[in-house]
Ligand binder design. Structure first.
Ligand code: ADP
Length: 170
């Protein structure tokens, strides 16, 4: 089967989706005809949001981007990319630490699937400090105020579901 060079797949945990992820996806959606966002489901991990909740949150946040769709997958990224009929994996780079890990992963993926290329986008300067794990700590430790500090980190659609998770855990 020939794989489309105009279709990119962006994978991650998205637990939850952040403004940094949204920035990479919207820039990817301008560079490629189609972008598939793949939520990696790892049975060994216990995420804050269930796979179904993450699909719904991402679909809500990505509604303005008509050429982007969202799916869950298990197993190797390259197998998911191939199943999608795509030939590009899109990744975001925030720091030198990301670069190191991403470089190793892209080399391994290239051995597994030489016909699939990894394309890297540098994080936007406003978002390079943002990670899902940092956001979960802020949500857990910061009080709920009218102008929620989480607005600086996650799309507005994520704030209430994220606050609700920690309310339910208290
Ligand atoms: P994982 O938990 O599997 O590392 P993430 O959902 O955190 O997955 O990240 C998926 C991809 O998005 C990775 O390429 C990661 O480097 C990138 N990424 C994460 N946060 C940001 C950000 N703030 N800006 C740009 N890229 C990011």
């Amino acid at each position: 089967m020939s794989l489309s060079p105009r279709h990119a797949v962006y994978v991650g945990s998205f637990d939850p989706v952040t403004l940094g992820h949204f920035d990479i996806i919207s820039r990817g959606a301008r560079l490629f005809d189609r972008v598939t966002v793949g939520i990696g489901v790892n049975p060994g991990k216990s995420p804050l949001f269930t796979p179904q909740e993450r699909v719904e949150l991402l679909q809500d946040v990505l509604k303005p981007l008509a050429n982007v769709r969202v799916e869950c997958f298990e197993g190797l990224t390259v197998n998911f990319v191939r199943r999608c009929g795509a030939s590009v994996t899109l990744r975001g780079i925030r720091t030198l630490t990301d670069l190191d890990a991403e470089f190793t992963m892209s080399l391994a993926n290239h051995v597994l699937a030489p016909d699939i290329e990894t394309v890297f986008l540098m994080a936007g300067e406003k978002y390079s400090h943002i990670s899902s794990s940092l956001i979960k700590q802020i949500a857990q430790l910061s009080p709920e105020t009218e102008t929620d500090p989480l607005n600086a980190f996650v799309p507005v659609e994520v704030i209430e579901p994220l606050r609700a998770k920690f309310r339910n855990l208290r």
